[in-house]
Design a protein around this ligand. Structure first.
Ligand code: MV4
Length: 447
């Protein structure tokens, strides 16, 4: 096992990783920007290194400074958390070259999945259902039109280097294709430095359901059930739950078996997430794979009892997963509400000083946060200040528990998304589990 790990992240996830390391008896190194000198991840780590000024590009994305920090402190491994360098294949390679273990899958796997066209091809070959569309990137308008005509409109144009919702364009008719194609192409070049665009049949108002996978370097691979992530706005998830209100045991087994077979095919190691869209008839289609730990990993931890960060570290150290499929049991229901420092009216960031901070408690409550009373929320980083996670025997009890916990959660001095979550908990459609990716926009539009 590693003696010392450097955590290349900040906020609640840095703290979450420090906690896992402490329980594993591993020393920790925090890195921080000048804006984060007073942060809890710096206080709770055994050592810390300042890696630059507040701007992301000069600190948490500064690959050479982070590698230097490993060398100065003798850290043997880097945990990238989520965001920042978590899915940067080049950084994972740099680590390898410097004899530092990158805690995640090998760089080649990160690169293959980061390219959405190759991810789609791999998924197809491995037997996962994909949406009708182009088998490769489309080189010009004519090729795009040929595919569109064969699958029928509406279609969606996606940047191969995109993902997470950036660089997409929906096209409803042949007339609109030429313009959309040019726009998608130039956006892809300017945002990702790549002109590669592919075509897919567009699904209207699907649900977003993702499977957690875990694999070691010895070929043991399992799925840990699904997360329902359809409550989102502008590709920012607000709430996630596990299990999904629409996934039956039978469907879970079918999807899970396909996912595990596909991961075996690519010899996946580490934790990862396989994303699907599901239509109203229950048909599901692979869209992307994430090779990192995700923000919403706690809901899976709550229903499985598995510490995903500890497992990720053990796997990177070459240890074998000790359990069998039958040892993985999904128990009860978990919901996570993301508490953001945002004006819930318009979702604009609302930085400032937190003047009062009271955390909820009692049975079945977990809060992952790096905030505290007097904490200054700066405009430099993501506005997530806390994740409120509940676990209960069933979904109805989880919702009641979440309502109760939201009432106990006091944040003064800045605006947060707490009022929005309270509203969601009361919504009759949410309570029935009847929602899709456009649900939140429709709910906010109506009121
Ligand atoms: C789609 C889609 C509809 N049809 N693909 C957005 C993020 C990226 N992971 C894929 N996304 C979508 N792909 C087809 N063929 C709708 C979305 C989409 C979406 C997906 C998941 C969660 C939220 C979303 C919000 C808008 C659009």
């Amino acid at each position: 096992m590693f003696k010392k790990i450097l955590i290349a992240n900040r906020g609640e996830i840095a703290l979450r990783i420090i906690r896992a390391c402490k329980e594993l008896g591993i020393k920790t190194v925090a890195v921080y920007s000048k804006a984060d000198a007073e942060s809890l991840h710096v206080r709770f780590a055994d050592e810390s290194v300042c890696i630059g000024p507040p701007e992301n590009s000069k600190s948490y994305l500064n690959e050479t400074n982070i590698i230097s920090a490993c060398e100065i402190t003798d850290a043997e491994a880097v945990h990238p958390g989520y965001g920042f360098l978590a899915e940067n294949a080049r950084f994972a390679e740099m680590c390898q070259e410097c004899n530092i273990t990158f805690i995640g899958p090998p760089p080649e796997i990160i690169r293959l999945m980061g390219d959405k066209v190759s991810a789609r091809q791999i998924a197809k070959r491995a037997g996962l259902p994909i949406l009708p569309g182009s088998s490769d990137s489309v080189k010009d308008l004519k090729e795009a039109l040929d595919v569109a005509k064969s699958i029928g409109f509406p279609i969606i144009l996606k940047a191969s280097a995109g993902g997470g919702g950036r660089g997409m364009r929906v096209v409803f008719s042949e007339d609109a294709l030429a313009n959309s194609f040019m726009m998608a192409r130039s956006e892809s070049i300017s945002s990702f430095g790549s002109p590669d665009i592919y075509v897919e049949k567009f699904l209207e108002k699907p649900r977003h359901i993702e499977f957690q996978v875990i694999g070691d370097q010895k070929g043991n691979i399992y799925h840990l059930g699904e997360r329902e992530c359809s409550i989102q706005r502008r590709h920012q998830k607000l709430l996630e739950e596990s299990p999904s209100p629409v996934v039956t045991e039978k469907v879970r087994e079918k999807m899970g078996n396909l996912v595990v077979a596909a991961m075996r095919e690519i010899k996946y190691s580490s934790v990862g997430t396989v994303e699907f869209l599901m239509d109203r008839e229950g048909n599901f289609y692979f869209i992307e794979m994430n090779t990192r730990i995700q923000v919403e990993h706690p809901v899976t931890e709550m229903v499985t009892g598995i510490d995903l960060i500890k497992e990720q570290i053990r796997i990177a150290a070459g240890q074998e997963l000790k359990y069998r499929s039958k040892d993985i049991r999904l128990t009860g229901h978990s919901i996570e509400c993301r508490i953001n420092a945002e004006d819930p009216q318009n979702f604009t960031p609302n930085p400032g000083k937190i003047t009062a901070f009271n955390l909820p408690g009692g049975p079945g409550i977990r809060v992952d946060t790096a905030a505290y009373s007097e904490y200054l929320v700066t405009p430099f980083y993501d506005s997530l200040i806390a994740k409120l996670i509940v676990h209960a025997r069933d979904r109805a009890e989880a919702i009641a528990r979440m309502e109760r916990a939201l009432d106990e959660f006091i944040v003064e001095g800045i605006k947060t998304t707490i009022p929005l979550h309270k509203k969601l908990m009361r919504d009759p459609y949410f309570r029935q589990g009847k929602y899709h990716i456009e649900f939140l926009s429709e709910l906010l539009g109506k009121s």
